[in-house]
Design a protein around this ligand. Structure first.
Ligand code: ZN
Length: 465
């Protein structure tokens, strides 16, 4: 099967130029001007006049079917990847969880089984380490060799995921040997628990308490601590869902002295704020960790994206229904399942808030939503590029078409939208994964179970730094 995408503007992280793209089977065979005129033929032609032709979005932070607080994140690998595809994402990396006291492998096998045959998009896995010990450290090397090349540790959630400093340090040391990357959820969990208990004791039980308890300074503190530990171990470190000015200042300073500190932020921190946690129990819809921050943090995060202090945007997609799930926390905000639905809206939101609003260039938009994630997580240039030899993961993106985000029309398996009523300019007309069209004009046209596991390589830190 040969498909020719003609007359579009090919936009990559490096630049934009009018070009045709020839797809042969699952990969891009040729990128050049006037291919059709030069006699290149194909089985199907897609006219992209007036549209961008860009690499498919890569969301490196999703939690499909994650067990949390006695319930499960609603989206399965099938519904979640389908929703992601509708929003212009063609690759996801999810988090497998090591069961406490068990092997990493045991957790990975469970997540592999959930995804296989169900995911419609190509998928990789990061590994959440619940226990750092001699056995799990040795296992890290084997996982890296199998394409699961990074490991997430937490300074938050005492008694569940929290790793003490010596455990984090040992994991960092191990990546010096195996080339993997440590990802950190940086918030000072034990101190937050003290403040949260004080708030509840003083009568603040509504969702706003969640935002008030988790001070930005406690994200800054944990971020700084993890960077210093990584510098001591002589390895890079990556921060998931960086949310605050406090954490960004620490990363900026670290990069200034040459430390290899990298970070993602998420759409919710760029577009929503602490105010959304107010409004009584309705605020439960916006409970995630780190929490939404005061509005004035938003422009600092956009500046971080502009200056490459922040390398990319991922969603931390982890949806719970308002009815029946978020409601578990009525009367005590500490019992509200943490997480938000966002996997479907990232690409369009970043185009609207970033490119249309004049905060970043369209090339930087492609970089933060596709190319940088591919480089950071060992998938480039197979993913994240419009180039001969790359997987044909392609969006034909209309930069002018407008749509309104709503739970009534979204494809995520969750009963509300955190971006309800947002009007965005720019959305995908066509979404292609490895040469197969999955979504056309908003309608699903792809096969079931199309996704394949991606054996990822090591991050190219030299290129990223
Ligand atoms: Zn997460």
């Amino acid at each position: 099967m040969r498909t020719l995408i003609t007359n579009g503007l090919v936009v990559t992280a490096d630049g934009s130029s009018p070009a045709d793209v020839l797809v042969e089977g699952e990969t891009i065979a040729l990128v050049g001007t006037g291919l059709a005129a030069a006699g290149v033929t194909a089985d199907a032609t897609i006219d992209a006049t007036g549209k961008y032709v860009v690499p498919g979005g890569i969301d490196v932070h999703t939690h499909f079917e994650l067990p949390f607080g006695g319930t499960f994140a609603k989206d399965t690998f099938e519904t979640g990847t389908k929703a992601a595809a509708h929003g212009g994402t063609t690759t996801i990396v999810d988090f497998a969880v090591q069961p406490k006291g068990k092997a990493l492998r045991e957790g990975l096998d469970v997540w592999m089984a959930k995804a296989e045959g169900n995911a419609v998009l190509d998928y990789g896995f990061h590994m959440i380490m619940s226990d750092v010990n001699d056995a799990s450290l040795a296992e890290m090397d084997r996982l890296v060799a199998e394409g699961v090349t990074d490991f997430k540790l937490f300074t938050a959630y005492p008694g569940v995921f929290l790793s003490p400093d010596d455990h984090i340090f040992r994991a960092l040391q191990q990546t010096r040997k195996n080339g993997g990357l440590i990802m950190i959820h940086a918030e000072n969990g034990p101190v937050i628990d003290v403040i949260a208990a004080d708030l509840v004791a003083a009568g603040t039980t509504d969702p706003i308490g969640h935002g008030l308890a988790r001070y930005p300074i406690l994200e800054g503190e944990a971020t700084n601590r993890a960077i210093r530990l990584a510098e001591a171990a002589g390895v890079p470190v990556y921060f998931v869902h960086l949310s605050s000015r406090d954490a960004m200042e620490v990363v900026t300073a670290a990069r200034g002295r040459g430390a290899r500190a990298f970070a993602e932020t998420c759409p919710q921190y760029l577009f929503l704020s602490l105010d959304d946690l107010g409004n009584g129990f309705e605020g439960a819809k916006y409970v995630c960790s780190p929490p939404l921050r005061p509005k004035d943090h938003q422009e600092d995060l956009w500046r971080g994206l502009r200056t490459d202090t922040l390398q990319l945007v991922a969603t931390d997609h982890c949806p719970f229904d308002f009815h029946g799930q978020k409601e578990l926390g009525r009367g005590d905000f500490r019992k509200i399942p943490n997480g938000l639905p966002a996997v479907e809206d990232r690409v369009d939101l970043l185009h609207d808030g970033g490119v249309v609003k004049g905060r970043i260039s369209r090339e930087r938009w492609v970089e933060i939503m596709s190319t940088a994630p591919a480089k950071m997580f060992g998938m480039y240039p197979k993913k994240g590029a419009i180039a001969a030899g790359s997987d044909a993961d392609i969006l034909v993106f209309d930069p002018h078409r407008k749509r309104t985000i709503s739970a009534a029309t979204h494809h995520m398996a969750v009963d509300y939208s955190i971006f309800e009523g947002f009007e965005v300019q720019g959305t995908s007309d066509l979404v292609m994964s490895r040469g197969t069209v999955l979504v056309r004009d908003g309608a699903w046209v792809g096969p079931a179970g199309h996704g394949k596991f991606i054996r990822r390589g090591l991050a190219d830190h030299a290129r990223l730094a």
